[in-house]
Design a protein around this ligand. Structure first.
Ligand code: NOJ
Ligand code: MG
Length: 558
């Protein structure tokens, strides 16, 4: 279906892409905040892990009210993270190591400190500067927000400005924090600017973009009230006037034409686009990855699937069918910087309950760490055997849990304040990574005061403790990734096996022979199918049987 790539399976169809959250991966200068030189210095970890690419969350100039998703200058690096030269060096080093680099683009909104928004504030209602954003008069006497939309971080999605003469003025829309005004994508100037930003980074050598809030750029005409019985925070089903409006697809067709210009005839060098689109149902999400639109879209329905065999089978089947219907590879993801890490999510008493962005606090019921880790390893082993492309989130290869006992006074996610302390928010999954157990900040950086404190249990999970330890989560990930790559599991065909109700099992057929994958979600150990040998198991077998909450990859014996 792809028009530009001559190779049979362009790299992105089965790539494993590792998300680096720059604030929290590696800090080179000891200020407690991760940075680009820190990332560059640790890239060997990713080469040794065996991933194909890294995706960097935003490192652009930003006042950091939403950890960098509030961009003040799309074409510059925030001094917190380094310089443009540091970004170039990172891309260069990654390419030397055979790793591709995907960066975030945040097109739905800017920071309030962006030059455009500052101009809008200084300009009168009705001006061209205001028209780049969604400024509206208030309802009634002007003191009521223009509509009833809620912000994703709590409170109303509108804030009121003070006009130049000191009077209470118009309102502007912000689907997220008040410091993140939404752009008006009906304006050609907005479209041109963001395309020019894409070119700026492509010209510096990046291999693609992850598109923030890809389903939110176009709003329903007239900005009508939303039906608040369909909670837009938890139910982005396309019935909401702020999500998944048909007009977004024109934007992505244009972006696809743009990145295709960078493809090189005869080389596996496509520059790719991946949507962050919380859209349901799967058919609606698949529209984002039609042949002339984006290459990939995150499969959040898989992330949200409860730990139950029937639910997983259904989710996987539907995901593959919908992406397959438009010729796109499916993607798989279990953790990212917005959700409770899967090692904690799956360790809750009721892992069928979905806790995503709300976070877990010290006074909430605590997950069972051992159960969560066992299930997380099984879930990852299942995911990495599926056809398509997979996304990993930094630290999951160490089995890191969420920091569920963070003191509330260190929290930085705007959700905590905007929700009136009803939702803890996402800090728990953003705690700096442990590298060397004996060093200050566990090797995160030379300082001993990382921007979020690392919980005591992180020391035993440090990279140096796990490296070479055969039963460690890190070595499990390395093995899974090596076997996945060697056997090209990402470009194979899956056929389901019906072994038992509580078991998810399939054959992955392709060159190099069948791989049989069995995940036991039941309460008792099960026998392995006869005539197979173990390639890799997510934990120790029990006398040759597969214990509960474990996954095994098998190959025909002999
Ligand atoms: C999605 C990002 O992943 C999240 O971290 C951010 O807060 C919102 N978009 C707003 O940009
Ligand atoms: Mg730093």
């Amino acid at each position: 279906m792809d028009r530009t790539t001559p190779v049979a399976h362009p790299w992105w169809r089965d790539a494993v892409i590792y998300q680096v959250y720059p604030r929290s991966w590696a800090d080179s200068d000891g200020d407690g905040i991760g940075d680009l030189p820190g990332i560059t210095s640790r890239l060997e970890h990713l080469a040794a892990l065996g991933v194909d690419a890294l995706w960097l969350s935003p490192f652009y100039r930003s006042p950091q009210h939403d950890a960098g998703y509030d961009v003040a200058d799309f074409r510059d690096v925030d001094p917190l993270f380094g310089t443009l030269a540091d970004a170039d060096r990172l891309v260069e080093r990654a390419h030397e190591l055979g790793l591709r680099v995907i960066v975030d683009v945040v097109p739905n909104h800017t920071s309030e400190e962006h030059r455009w928004f500052q101009e809008a504030l200084a300009s009168p209602p009705g001006s061209a500067a205001r028209a780049r954003y969604l400024f509206r008069d208030g309802r009634g006497d002007g003191s009521e927000p223009p509509n009833n939309w809620p912000s994703m971080f709590g409170g109303p999605a509108w804030s009121r400005v003070t006009e130049a003469d000191g009077s209470a003025g118009q309102w502007y829309l912000h689907l997220f924090d008040a410091s993140q005004p939404d752009l008006d994508w009906n304006r050609p100037e907005v479209r041109e600017e963001l395309e020019s930003v894409l070119r700026f980074w492509l010209d510096r050598g990046v291999d693609g973009f992850r598109i923030d809030v890809a389903h939110g750029l176009v709003k329903a005409p007239g900005l009508p009230d939303t039906d608040l019985t369909l909670d837009p925070l938890r139910d982005p089903t396309g019935l909401q006037p702020m999500w998944d409006q048909p007009g977004v697809h024109d934007i992505y067709r244009s972006w696809r034409r743009l990145v295709d210009e960078y493809a090189v005839e005869g080389e596996d060098a496509d520059r790719v686009l991946c949507a962050e689109a919380w859209v349901e149902p799967a058919e609606a999400l698949a529209r984002y990855v039609r042949p002339d639109e984006l290459h990939q879209s995150f499969n959040f329905s898989f992330l949200l699937t409860p730990w139950r065999a029937d639910a997983l089978r259904t989710s996987i089947t539907e995901s593959l069918a919908q992406a397959g219907a438009v010729g796109a590879p499916q993607t798989w993801v279990l953790s990212n910087h917005d959700v409770v890490r899967h090692a904690s999510r799956l360790g809750r008493a009721d892992a069928t309950e979905v806790v995503v962005t709300t976070g877990i606090g010290a006074d909430d019921p605590q997950p069972d760490a051992a159960l969560g880790l066992r299930r997380a390893r099984a879930a990852t082993a299942l995911m990495l055997a599926l056809p398509g492309s997979a996304y990993l989130y930094q630290g999951e290869e160490l089995g890191l849990p969420d920091a569920t006992r963070l003191p509330d006074d260190v929290r930085q996610d705007p959700t905590w304040e905007r929700s009136g302390h009803a939702e803890r928010g996402r800090d728990g999954c953003r705690v700096p990574v442990p590298w060397e157990a004996e060093l200050p900040s566990l090797g995160f950086g030379p300082g001993d005061d990382p921007w979020l404190p690392q919980p005591p249990e992180f020391a035993a999970l440090a990279v140096d403790r796990q490296s070479g330890a055969s039963d460690s989560t890190l070595e499990l990930y390395r093995t899974l990734l090596r076997e996945r790559r060697d056997r090209r599991l990402g470009v194979r065909a899956l056929s389901w096996l019906d072994l038992a109700d509580d078991v998810v099992a399939f054959d992955s057929a392709g060159e190099g022979g069948t791989v049989r994958v069995v995940a036991n979600l039941g309460a008792a150990p099960i026998d392995l199918p006869a005539g197979f040998g173990v390639i890799v198991a997510s934990g120790p077998l029990d006398d040759g049987r597969l214990p509960p909450d474990m996954t095994v990859w098998l190959r025909p014996a002999g």
